[in-house]
Design a protein around this ligand. Structure first.
Ligand code: ATP
Length: 443
């Protein structure tokens, strides 16, 4: 697949999807802001996940835990001691690398991947990725808190609260969407790896011994979700973690990878892990509180195993944008067009309404249509520039339908509806328009 990243970064800025954070101050290192269309796109993707994982199931409950947690949480989880990346510096050009992501040959030969000098790399040293801050007025070691590096721990510490308040029986899951922070050594590739990001995580609690069965089920379900989101199946793969790659807590792990094209290629967008009873057992030990499940019918008590699915909202938004981006030539037109072929349900704007000219009552009629459609869909009104330019603008942001009010419309109360992908134009009665769009917008 071609590398479309530079073109996407520019489109995202130009069309109000994503801006560099604090841009007027020169930007902050690897943090991004979502603009008017970006916030809609990401929200639609988060809703798509929430509906699939929480709303459509009886056996998964939602949660929104706090970012700041008791500092003991991160001792129990292993993050204070072990959430580190091996960092290597070049003494010559001052570039910084993650040793585990470097070409092993270059690392062994001590060749800097940036300046190419030999013998200039430092020994790898461990760097903790958690952001530290202080809670309360005193800046002393006892007041240290961390910005959470993953949302999962908020779920583990609430395991019994959710299970008991909702009267859930194992197997069941808890899902949440929220911010996570990692002081990444090598952030980059736009919103692919950033220092502040959002995760959509689900922890599914199962009886020990049934864990691998559930693991397989969740692998299949999660891959299907990416297909349903509209990501091209031939860009998606599983990558199995071998023994050396497995995290300290994991009994088994697969990544879902997406082919971003160009040199970035196949990269993880989601992790599916069998965490065993590691987390609940650790929290039990560190908090001194029992985190067991009582299986009443079988009169059994146990610490459940956990199957986790963890996907980055930003990373999957980037995959969606890369997947949707296409450049086309249009028959009979000299200029080509750029289209975001987004699935209708996640497109930020569902329909754009244009008056062909700014006179003869056309803007008024177009505005009445906007007011009517607004209650059902996200719509946009545009009267500036030629009609061709307005179509192009909407194609570039992935709007599935453009509705045009023309000279005929004010007379016979019909409008034209143009389809983003087929470019076909239908003449539709204004009284039928909402139903017409609703029928076309499913899926
Ligand atoms: P990587 O090796 O790419 O840094 P990871 O294996 O540490 O990722 P996990 O801890 O498994 O990632 O996190 C689960 C998901 O959270 C990832 O699949 C990714 O989608 C997202 N994620 C993790 N770190 C970042 C980040 N720095 N920026 C954006 N998304 C991230």
């Amino acid at each position: 697949y071609p590398d479309v990243m530079d073109k996407l970064v520019s489109l995202c800025k130009r069309r109000g999807f994503i801006f560099q954070s604090s841009e007027i101050y020169g930007g902050t290192g690897s943090v991004w802001d979502y603009g008017p269309l970006g916030v809609e796109l990401k929200k639609n993707i988060k809703d798509f996940w929430w509906n699939a994982m929480v709303r459509s199931r009886d056996d998964i409950e939602g949660l929104d835990a706090a970012i700041l947690m008791h500092p003991r949480t991160w001792e129990a989880s292993g993050h204070v001691a072990g959430f580190t990346d091996p960092l290597v510096d070049c003494k010559q050009c001052k570039a910084r690398f993650r040793a585990d992501k470097m070409d092993p040959k270059k690392l062994e030969a001590n060749v800097c991947p940036n300046c190419g000098n030999k013998g200039t790399l430092t020994e790898p040293r461990l760097f903790n990725l958690m952001f530290k801050t202080h809670m309360g007025a005193l800046e002393e070691s006892s007041s240290i808190v961390y910005l959470r590096p993953e949302t999962a721990q908020g779920i583990f510490v609430n395991f019994l609260n959710v299970q008991q308040s909702m009267r859930q029986k194992v197997p069941f899951g808890i899902a949440q969407i929220g911010k996570a922070f990692r002081n990444e050594i090598t952030p980059g590739n736009f919103i692919f790896r950033t220092r502040e990001f959002e995760q959509m995580e689900m922890q599914f609690f199962v009886e020990p011994g049934t864990d691998m069965e559930w693991f397989e089920q969740w692998k299949a379900k999660r891959m299907q979700w990416h297909f349903d989101l509209g990501l091209s199946p031939d860009r998606l793969k599983f990558h199995q973690h071998d023994a050396g790659e497995l995290a300290h807590y994991a009994r088994a792990a697969f990544d879902v990878t997406f082919d971003f094209g160009g040199t970035l290629g196949d990269q993880e967008i989601e992790g599916i892990h069998n965490r065993g009873d590691f987390d609940l057992s650790q929290h039990q030990q560190y908090s001194g509180k029992k985190l067991e499940y009582f299986d009443q019918p079988n009169n059994k008590r146990y610490v459940p195993y956990v199957i986790e699915t963890s996907v980055g909202a930003d990373r999957v938004t980037l995959a969606t944008l890369v997947n949707a981006y296409r450049e086309e030539t249009v028959e009979g037109e000299s200029e080509g067009r750029v289209v975001l072929g987004l699935k209708h349900s996640i497109a930020p704007i569902k329909a754009a309404i244009f008056p062909l000219t700014k006179k003869d009552g056309q803007p008024e009629m177009a505005n009445r249509i906007v007011d009517d459609l607004r209650s059902a869909f996200a719509v946009d009104y545009d009267e500036t520039g030629s009609i061709g330019k307005r179509y192009r603008r909407q194609d570039e942001v992935g709007t599935p339908f453009c509705v045009t009010v023309d000279g005929q419309s004010t007379g016979d109360q019909t409008v034209t509806v143009r389809d983003r992908d087929t470019l076909a134009q239908d003449r539709v009665d204004v009284s039928q328009l909402k139903g017409y769009l609703a029928a076309k917008l499913v899926g």
